[in-house]
Design a binder for this molecule. Structure first.
Ligand code: FAD
Length: 476
């Protein structure tokens, strides 16, 4: 009888374990921290709700409005007119807990334990012995235990120990940084069903900054490729500075950072060990989306194990497991490629980013983008749409140079008038003069023009104080 260990209880691991358990295969799911809140924007496409049978209680907010904000602060509104359509915003601690518990209720043995090392047997062919610290008794260090299995699914994220044990090879990693900010009622109501995306060199040289609504706060973050990792905190200040008038009186309740894989690992199956989700490297470029692809790859890999083992009666071979990789690449290879090309074209410089935002104003572009995101399907364009899109791209790219700004300034408040903002600033300055000494304005330091000079409209000291940093902010 086949014995399978799934290491990692995020979406990829739980969705793999669920399929295995349903097929009657003996399955252990290891999660080092059962209340883990994975640093994540938590945005999921609509199709995931149905495909993975997610209950409404998982979705904190249904986003139907999206604002794309260019380097010059051009704001393009994208609205999902159909009330049945939305982008789901989740808290990962809630979603991951639900998926894990569901896998356990179907027969998975859930172990609250950290897998520390794996003996992979001769030529990495198994059987495999996992050494882990079992935390179920509640102690801080856990009890050291071992378990022997015939097959391992590595769902243990970007710093995967399974990947190391199987010598899967490295991938480049981007870094993402996020602050959870609690806003006063009025500011929060503006983000009720709205997400914002900021682009510009100030917020990221190769990605975007975001403000996503959560249960009772917003998640504000940015990401950048590994080579720019040292810039990440300055880029986060850039997002905060640009959104400062919308994050008025916000309180940072959590600070988090985590790596994001930039491409798949060189080897995703070795012996009877297979990688899924972030451990395999399945996050898309441009959008940084990984939750759906994690869940889907966990499911696809497990389905292959069930089929190749005839519901657990035999042990699949390496060749059997590699069928999952072939199917995956066939189904999603083009999606990854297209998003990589888009990133290379449109996140190149501020002129290209202006062009990108301008293009998003077109209804056909919006429909194509949303259909491919919400439903994960390739949408065919009619010839007229193709011609129009090509002309639009060329026109926008040419115009982008004229539109790109010399520097960056905050977007205006969405809920307060200019007079209210002026009064608020005056009040802040009189209250905070003693605090605002030289160099006490990190947001202003981040908001510089492309040539390094302070930008026109650089936020004032008052802007910088818009968001309070509390003592409880946990540093990454
Ligand atoms: C800041 C940020 C924002 C993001 N925003 C979005 C977004 O809005 N939408 C989106 O689709 N994607 C987003 N992503 C990407 C998304 O978070 C990942 O792609 C997704 O979490 C991958 O799921 P996973 O199950 O493969 O891995 P993970 O979610 O990383 O889960 C791995 C699990 O394994 C456990 N684990 C690790 N090692 C061990 C071990 N040795 N033993 C036992 N357990 C172990 C961990 O505790 C964890 O629970 C974001 C990423 C970041 C960093």
């Amino acid at each position: 009888m086949l014995r399978v260990a799934v290491v990692g209880g995020g979406p990829s691991g739980s969705c793999a374990a669920e399929v295995l358990a349903k097929a009657g295969i003996q399955t252990w799911l290891f999660e080092r921290k059962l209340d883990n809140a994975k640093p994540c924007g938590g945005a999921i496409p609509l199709c995931m709700v149905e495909e993975f049978d997610l209950p409404e209680s998982i979705i904190d907010r249904k986003v139907r409005n999206m604002k794309m904000i260019s380097p010059s602060n051009r704001e393009v509104d994208i609205h999902l007119g159909n009330q049945d359509e939305y982008i789901g915003m989740c808290r990962r601690e809630v979603m991951d807990g639900f998926l894990r518990d569901r896998a356990a209720s179907l027969g998975t043995t859930l172990i609250n334990g950290l897998v520390q090392s794996i003996d992979t047997g001769k030529n990495r062919q198994g059987p495999y012995t996992l050494k882990y610290a079992d935390y179920s008794a509640g102690g801080p260090t856990g009890d050291i235990c071992t378990l022997e299995v015939d097959l391992i699914i590595g769902a243990d994220g970007a710093n995967s120990r399974v990947a190391k044990a199987m010598d899967a090879g490295d991938y480049n990693m981007a870094i993402a940084f996020q602050e959870r900010i609690r806003l006063p009622k009025e500011e929060m109501s503006y983000y009720e069903d709205l997400a914002e995306m900021y682009v510009g060199t100030d917020v990221s040289p190769d990605f975007y900054g975001w403000v996503f609504p959560k249960y009772d706060h917003v998640a504000v973050g940015t990401g950048t490729m590994q080579k720019n990792q040292a810039l990440i905190k300055g880029l986060q200040k850039g997002v905060r500075a640009r959104a400062s008038d919308r994050l008025l009186d916000g309180e940072v309740i959590k600070v988090e950072a985590h790596p994001i894989p930039e491409h798949p690992r060189p080897r995703r199956v070795v012996g009877r060990m297979a990688l899924v989700g972030d451990a395999a490297g399945y996050v898309t470029k441009s959008s940084g989306e990984g939750i759906y692809f994690a869940a889907k790859s966990g499911r696809m890999c497990a389905e292959q194990v069930v089929a190749a083992s005839a519901n657990g009666s035999t042990i699949p071979t390496e060749k059997d497991l590699k069928v999952y990789i072939k199917k995956w690449d066939r189904q999603y290879g083009a999606t990854y490629k297209v998003l990589e090309i888009l990133q290379n074209i449109f996140y190149r410089n501020d002129a290209a980013r202006e062009a990108f935002v301008e293009m998003c104003d077109d209804k056909d572009v919006q429909r194509l983008t949303f259909d491919s995101y919400l439903y994960k399907r390739v949408v065919m364009m009619n010839p007229w749409q193709q011609i129009k899109l090509t002309l639009l791209t060329l026109g926008s790219v040419l115009r982008g140079h004229a539109l790109a700004p010399q520097g960056y300034r905050p977007v205006p408040s969405a809920v307060k008038t200019d007079e209210q903002m002026a009064a608020w600033r005056a009040q802040q300055l009189s209250d905070g003069d003693a605090l605002a000494g030289p160099g006490s304005n990190p947001a202003a330091a981040a908001v510089v023009s492309a040539n390094g000079r302070p930008a026109a409209g650089t936020p004032t000291a008052a802007n910088d104080q818009n968001v309070r940093e509390p003592a409880l902010a946990s540093k990454p």
